[in-house]
Design a protein around this ligand. Structure first.
Ligand SMILES: Nc1ncnc2c1ncn2[C@@H]1O[C@H](COP(=O)(O)OP(=O)(O)OP(=O)(O)O)[C@@H](O)[C@H]1O
Length: 235
C-alpha cells in the first residue's frame, strides 16, 4: 500500500503557480528522495503533503484514505510526521521540554511518553549528551537531531524530511541519516526526503524523483540516476 499518494497536484502563492501536475507515491517501507535546485518547489510540495499549504488542484491520500480534513493534526493521527526545513526547534526550551511539548500535543500520556523518549534516545543516543540544554545553544547538527527525535516521538509510519542537510557537514549528515535509514529497513517506516545534496541523499534512498521548476521530471534508482545528464542540467 502507499503511505502517501499525490495525484495531479498543483499549488502556488497568490496566483503564481509553483507546483504543476505532481504525481507521486511514497510506498510503505520505502526511502524516497526528491532532489531539486533552490526554489524548485520542494518545500511547497512538502507543505502540501503535510496539510500546511492548500493545493489548487489534485488530491492526496494517506494509507489509501482521503482524510476528511487534510491538516497537520489529522496527518499526525494518521501516522505522518514532518521534520520542517530550518528545524523549527524553540531556542529557549531544553530538549526535554521540546520532547514534552511534542508528546503533550500528540496527547501521549506521561508514562507512555517517558518510554517513547527512551526509545528515541536509543535510536539517536547522542542526544543524551545535551538533553538538558536549551536548543538555541546547540549546534546545527544537534538541533537537527532534536527536530528528528521530536518527529520520531510520535512513532510515525512515514517521516517527511525537508532538507535536513542544510548547514551540516556531509559526514554529520550521514551520521544523522544512518539511524533513520535503519528504521526504514527494520520497522518498515516510509521516508520522504527532500534534498539539494544529491550525493548524501542518494546514499540513503531506494528511489529518487527529480524536480525542476515545479514539476517531477524524472524517476529512477540512485544507481540509474547517478550518471544521468538530467542531474548535470539541474545542478
Ligand atoms: N510563502 C511564500 N509566498 C510566496 N512565494 C513563495 C512562498 N514560499 C515559497 N515561495 C516561492 O515558491 C517557489 C518554490 O519555493 P520552495 O520553497 O517550495 O522551493 P524549494 O525547492 O523548497 O527551495 P529551497 O531549497 O530554497 O527551500 C519559489 O519561487 C519561492 O520564491
Amino acid at each position: 500500500m502507499s503511505a502517501i499518494q499525490a495525484t495531479g497536484l498543483a499549488a502556488g502563492y497568490g496566483g503564481r503557480e509553483v507546483l504543476q501536475d505532481i504525481n507521486l507515491t511514497l510506498n510503505e517501507g520505502e526511502a524516497l528522495c526528491i532532489i531539486g535546485h533552490n526554489g524548485a518547489g520542494k518545500s511547497t510540495l512538502m507543505r502540501c503533503l503535510f496539510g500546511l499549504h492548500r493545493p489548487t488542484a489534485g488530491s492526496i491520500t494517506v494509507f489509501g484514505q482521503t482524510l476528511p480534513r487534510h491538516e497537520p493534526a489529522a496527518l499526525g493521527a494518521a501516522g505522518i510526521a514532518l521534520v520542517p526545513e530550518g528545524r523549527g526547534v524553540f531556542p529557549d526550551l531544553t530538549c526535554e521540554e521540546i520532547f514534552g511539548l511534542a508528546l503533550w500535543s500528540a496527547g501521549v500520556p506521561k508514562a507512555e511518553g517517558a518510554l517513547r523518549i527512551e526509545e528515541v534516545l536509543e535510536i539517536l543516543p547522542r542526544i543524551k549528551e545535551f538533553r538538558t540544554r536549551r536548543a538555541g545553544t546547540l549546534s546545527g547538527g544537534q538541533q537537527q537531531m532534536v527536530s528528528i527525535a521530536r518527529a520520531l516521538l510520535t512513532r510515525p509510519k512515514a517521516l517527511l524530511l525537508d532538507e535536513p542537510s542544510i548547514g551540516l557537514a556531509p559526514k554529520l549528515f550521514q551520521d544523522l541519516m544512518e539511524p533513520i535509514a535503519a528504521l526504514v529497513k527494520s520497522r518498515g517506516m516510509s521516508m520522504l526526503l527532500v534534498e539539494q545534496n544529491v550525493h548524501e541523499a542518494f546514499a540513503v534512498s531506494d528511489r529518487v524523483l527529480v524536480m525542476r521548476s515545479g514539476r517531477l521530471i524524472r524517476e529512477g534508482t540512485p544507481a540509474e540516476l547517478s550518471d544521468h545528464s538530467v542531474l548535470m542540467e539541474l545542478f
